[in-house]
Ligand binder design. Structure first.
Ligand code: GLC
Length: 731
């Protein structure tokens, strides 16, 4: 054999020898499962245990010896939270972690536009990637069961179909950048009062038809890589260690292959967490949010105590291997994924995305005299009133709060748009932003601010009121629910006084929840804006000026009075629970499902939103009047823009089961399409109605069932505005 050939084969053999020794988990081209199994085979029991719980406030361990990276986690659903200290809740006071605050997820839901959701997921995850975070703790998919919940602003409304459809593109586009979504809070985290201890009883149909579907879609269609277990108890067991919820439903029935991460402090018992499906325990030995303890991270429930049970053979190694495999899968998909995006923060692309989301999510609720959009030259004295016109609403609210580089307030933007002579009066004060405390502002101070505003209103020919709620405790804030459906700080009286003083008043309301509007008929226009993030003021001016034609629609109902809401009307056991025992007595009849059934007129219904133009609907047509199992039929209709402005309309499809052996809502959202129409333009909108759309959860067979008989398709512009309906039969 020639010398050169000999040397080549020697080199080849040695390379093969080295490769054989190189752990497969280092070979990113190897299939994921092979990398996982290879890493598992090289890890000690202790290294596996360490991977199943936090090693700091927001990180869980890798395997330094093997070069397997740790998992870096961060809040939240609307942007990358400022860096928190390694070992405590204190902020680390970095100077390079100011980011873009994107609009709250209620605003995203209000766009009813899955393409906007994909833009959102991509942009926000690029910021996580740049900040070297592997897991973003969001999106939140809990259903808005009643309008007092402090965290509804982090969720996507009262309907599971809208929530699920809007979650999927966000998750898919976020994870394309190699950042894991940790969909939360799984499950039944629908209030903040007693959130760590309330034990929830909910009937099987409501669980499967209302509270689980968005999470199931996030896992099976969105491909979520992580899920956060929630604080409350379901049937007496904490959701963070609930075998039925995490092992049977999530992992076995839904096929979830990622990691279940606990909410911070959500694990309370080693045996339950070890055998109940918890994979990565975070935040233990705190009271969930503030108190630290002297315990080290190995003292976590899935630390030494768990390792002891494994070493004594009381829990099989297969249980630990499954947890570790799920953590490894998440690491290989993110931190150990060389194709992970590098991302960026505070790019113009992200500010543009932020503004685009807001532009499509702001809702026009009322527009008498066509006062909007504002024609500047018509007014000589514009007065802006309201504390929210000058407040940064990206701070506060709990774990979703953000530290922003840019934060355009409404007053700045309005003055930029209509001139610096636009006057301002605070009108009311909400005191200091404090977590878990309410800063009581004196009645005298409120009276002073109110009178000052009314005095200025006497000279105004247009008032732009910017008020509503904020991120203080007992407003839209984690760990507290509102006590009252009314706006705080004397706003209702203030708005009524202002409306009496000036005939042109546009009420721009910022909130993440519904609220009473006793002044609805006193004001000229009402704009429901959300926590719009870094482009807050610019987005509002886009809408007020007509630069953008509003196209948002409500993701939850605005009831006239709180007792119209079923969760409230059905008594204390229904909300907030009695002695931490709670029953969701309304069952499947959440939101419009209840108002339809009980024929309760709302203030503004689910799916409602006006435009600066007018849309006319044609009659719905079906491709067939009957369908059978596994079949589908198509429904078409036309929509015409009969106004003078280009605009977007959301066409909503609801399906109703005319006759069924069990109680079913009158109609349920099963489809929606957002279309752009130029003046005079007509478009045809087509929906496929599938057999799946007709099913309900059968709590006898514990499966999805459709009963033959007559069904009705409703084409709507809102839950209370049926533009056309047509019957068909399921054979
Ligand atoms: C909080 C929240 C959760 C958040 C976590 C970390 O208690 O419930 O949404 O992601 O702790 O801050």
């Amino acid at each position: 054999m020639k010398k050169s050939a000999f040397i080549t084969s020697l080199l080849l053999l040695s390379t093969m020898y080295v490769c054989a020794q190189t752990p497969v988990y280092l070979d990113e081209k190897a299939p994921l499962e092979q990398r996982v199994q290879d890493a598992l085979s090289k890890m000690t029991t202790h290294e596996k245990i360490r991977m199943c719980h936090g090693q700091s406030k927001f990180t869980s361990a890798g395997v330094p010896r093997l070069g397997i990276p740790q998992l870096m986690m961060s809040d939240g659903p609307h942007g990358v939270r400022a860096e928190i200290s390694w070992n405590s809740w204190a902020y680390a006071d970095w100077t390079n972690d100011s980011i873009v605050a994107f609009p709250a997820l209620t605003c995203l839901a209000a766009t009813w536009n899955p393409q906007i959701s994909a833009i959102y997921g991509n942009a926000v995850s690029e910021e996580f990637a740049y900040r070297k975070k592997d897991v973003m703790l969001g999106p939140g998919l809990n259903i808005c069961r009643m309008p007092l919940n402090g965290r509804n602003f982090e969720y996507m409304g009262e309907d599971p179909y809208l929530t699920g459809e809007m979650a999927v593109p966000y998750i898919q586009s976020a994870q394309k950048n190699g950042v894991a979504c940790c969909v939360k809070h799984f499950a039944l985290n629908n209030q903040e009062v007693d959130r760590f201890a309330v034990n929830i009883k909910v009937d099987e149909r409501a669980l499967n038809e209302i509270y689980l579907p968005a999470f199931k879609k996030a896992v099976q269609k969105g491909g979520a890589w992580a899920i956060m277990g929630s604080y409350p108890l379901w049937n007496g067991v904490h959701c963070c260690q609930n075998d039925t919820l995490l092992n049977k439903i999530l992992k076995q029935q839904w096929g979830f292959d990622g990691a279940v991460i606990s909410d911070w402090g959500g694990v309370t018992d080693t045996w339950q967490a070890a055998t109940g499906g918890m994979d990565i325990e975070m935040g233990s030995y705190t009271n969930g949010m503030t108190k630290e303890s002297e315990f080290g991270y190995d003292d976590f429930y899935l630390g030494n105590n768990f390792e002891k049970l494994i070493n004594e053979g009381k829990i099989p190694m297969s249980v630990l291997n499954d947890k570790t495999a799920r953590a490894l899968r998440t690491i290989f998909r993110t931190a150990f994924n060389r194709n992970r995006a590098y991302g960026n923060i505070c790019s113009e692309a992200h500010y543009t995305a932020c503004r685009q989301i807001g532009d499509e999510g702001v809702i026009l609720l009322q527009n008498k005299k066509g006062i909007l959009p504002i024609e500047a030259k018509k007014y000589k004295n514009i007065l802006v009133v309201g504390e929210n016109a000058t407040r940064s609403l990206t701070k506060g609210g709990g774990s979703s709060e953000l530290k922003t580089k840019r934060d355009v307030t409404p007053l700045e933007a309005i003055r930029g748009m209509y001139g610096n002579d636009v006057d301002y009066a605070q009108g009311y004060s909400s005191g200091r932003v404090m977590y878990d405390h309410v800063d009581n502002v004196s009645a005298d101070e409120l009276a002073r601010l109110s009178s000052e505003a009314v005095e200025k209103a006497k000279k105004a020919d247009l008032i732009i009121y910017v008020g509503g709620m904020n991120k203080n405790t007992k407003q839209d804030c984690e760990n507290s629910d509102r006590d009252d459906y009314n706006l705080s700080y004397g706003q209702n009286e203030l708005i009524a006084r202002l409306a009496k003083t000036c005939p042109n008043i546009v009420a721009v309301m910022i909130s993440g929840n519904a609220y009473a509007m006793p002044w609805k008929n006193d004001v000229t226009a009402i704009v429901q804006a959300w926590y719009l993030g870094s482009e807050f003021g610019n987005t509002l001016c886009d809408i007020l000026s007509g630069e953008v034609n509003p196209s948002g629609k409500l993701p939850f109902s605005f009831v006239n009075k709180l007792n119209d809401c079923p969760a409230i009307a059905l008594g204390k056991e229904s909300y907030p629970g009695i002695n931490k025992q709670q029953t969701y007595k309304e069952g499947i009849l959440v939101g419009y499902r209840w108002y339809d059934m009980k024929k309760i007129k709302t203030l503004f219904p689910f799916g409602y939103g006006l435009s600066y133009t007018i849309f006319k609907y044609g009659k719905p047509k079906l491709s067939a009047s009957t369908m059978s199992e596994g079949d589908y039929i198509t429904l078409t209709t036309t929509v015409t823009n009969s106004g003078k402005r280009t605009g977007k309309e959301v066409v909503e499809l609801y399906i109703g089961d005319e006759k069924c052996s069990v109680l079913r809502p009158v109609k349920e959202l099963k489809g929606f399409k957002k279309i752009l129409l130029n003046p005079g333009e007509t478009k045809t909108v087509t929906f496929a109605i599938t057999y799946e759309d007709l099913k309900f959860w059968n709590d006898k067979s514990h499966s999805w069932t459709a009963e033959p008989g007559m069904f009705k398709a409703y084409l709507c512009s809102s839950a209370e505005d049926v533009k056309g309906e047509i019957e068909f039969e399921l054979k």
